[in-house]
Design a protein around this ligand. Structure first.
Ligand code: T4K
Length: 378
């Protein structure tokens, strides 16, 4: 059996570089609570990502919860069913209720026009997701948010470093949240961040991530949690920053390799990157259409037979999970676009350390299957 190819594999810096960042911790004994490495990583990321304020958090899910708490959101939040479960879970975990609206019919992100259909005075915010790092239609979303007096938190877990027309998309809305999980373009083992423009909101975010303590540590003005990133996590981030160019360049190489090999395959739709975008090559989703001889699941199974493990990100839809079926939250929305994508998507392996042999193996499965006889079962 050939070696397994997983959907992703974390990029790791030279281990000596990582170790060297840990020596100071052994000397100072400061392991967490906004230590030296934490502060340095915050500074470097603020500059690298070209954002006004960034607060490091211990993971992307808590980052969402911290943003919701800091913005004092209440009642219901409009979001998308086509995302990782953490987006919706963070809403429920804060005791709020999600209202799911469909995605656009030619993309992966929430359809701003459907915000108009939500007539509910309990709604306090919108949490759109830049799925696979492809930016939402911020203009249409924020125009509607303003009209309805809603806050906007972008779940930018996939959008590390992405720029549109030369500007970071992390500066959109009231806040954006990032994930630095091991599977992401940039990681700190586990980790995340909240980005915002308003310095007062940054203070509030910092309080919420530190139990609610004010910066002098003497009073609690806001309810808080423990969302602090520790020094070992920060050390990994600092060790990876010098490799960011290399990480993106290698990802772009394999992304383009897939495009070259697969663009002529009938029935497979590939993602396209708008010209105004500086992309991070975080994911390579393909859509298996009816013109392809096999169904999505048949193709998925063929991969497993070849020891290749892509993922169906994001299937099932959040609204199809048992926990979420119990909530009367979909109302009149039948979410056909999200359903169509969730039932046809496969995210192919994409990470810097892939080899040409690996990527060729992935492409060969698709190319061979494109010549299969259709099962006729759809
Ligand atoms: N919002 C959105 C839109 C998100 O996509 C996510 C997370 C969040 C919020 C929440 O952020 P975090 O709280 O996670 O920071 C993965 C990730 O765990 C998750 O972070 C990510 N989104 C989601 C899309 O994908 P799984 O369940 O697919 O991960 P897992 O463990 O199966 O790993 C995938 C592959 O990566 C495996 O084949 C093995 C490989 N892998 C994984 C880990 C953890 C490694 O080689 N090394 C590793 O350490 O969710």
């Amino acid at each position: 059996m050939p070696n397994p190819i997983l959907v992703t594999k974390p990029f790791l810096p030279n281990i000596q570089n990582f170790y060297s960042k840990l020596f100071g911790l052994w000397q100072s004994g400061v392991l967490t609570n906004s230590g030296e490495l934490h502060q340095l990583l915050e500074k470097q990321l603020r500059e690298k990502l070209d954002v006004k304020n960034i607060s490091l958090i211990n993971n992307g899910t808590i980052a969402l919860e911290v943003a919701i708490q800091a913005l004092e959101l209440k009642g219901k939040i409009i979001t998308t069913p086509y995302t990782f479960i953490a987006t919706a879970n963070s809403i429920l975990l804060k005791g709020l209720e999600p209202i799911f609206i469909d995605i656009e019919d030619n993309g992966f992100n929430l359809d701003p026009e459907l915000i108009d259909e939500v007539n509910d005075n309990d709604v306090s915010a919108i949490i759109p997701v830049h799925v696979y790092g492809l930016p939402c239609d911020d203009y249409s979303i924020e125009q509607r948010a303003e009209g309805k007096g809603l806050k906007v938190i972008y779940d930018a877990a996939h959008a590390f470093g992405i720029q549109k027309n030369g500007e970071s998309i992390l500066n959109w809305g009231n806040a954006s949240t990032l994930s630095f999980h091991a599977t992401k373009v940039f990681h700190t083992f586990e980790g995340g961040a909240v980005v915002c423009n308003d310095p007062l909101l940054k203070d509030k975010i910092n309080q919420v991530r530190n139990f609610g303590f004010t910066s002098d540590g003497v009073d609690i003005l806001a309810l808080g949690t423990n969302g602090k990133m520790n020094e070992v996590q920060a050390a990994m981030g600092l060790a990876l920053i010098p490799h960011l160019e290399e990480i993106i360049t290698k990802r772009r190489h394999w992304f383009n390799f897939y495009i070259e090999q697969l663009s002529e395959v009938q029935g497979i739709e590939l993602m396209s990157i708008p010209p105004e975008l500086k992309y991070n090559y975080s994911y390579f989703p393909i859509l298996v259409k009816s013109a392809f001889p096999l169904t999505r699941d048949e193709l998925f199974n063929k991969f497993q037979e070849e020891n290749i493990f892509p993922r169906k990100y994001f299937y099932p839809l959040i609204t199809d999970f048992s926990l979420y079926k119990g909530y009367n939250i979909i109302s009149k929305h039948t979410i056909p676009n999200a359903r169509k994508i969730a039932y046809s998507v496969i995210c192919l392996p994409l990470y810097p350390d892939l080899t040409e042999d690996d990527v060729s193996r992935v492409c060969e499965v698709i190319q061979k299957c494109s010549k299969c006889r259709s099962t006729g079962v759809r």
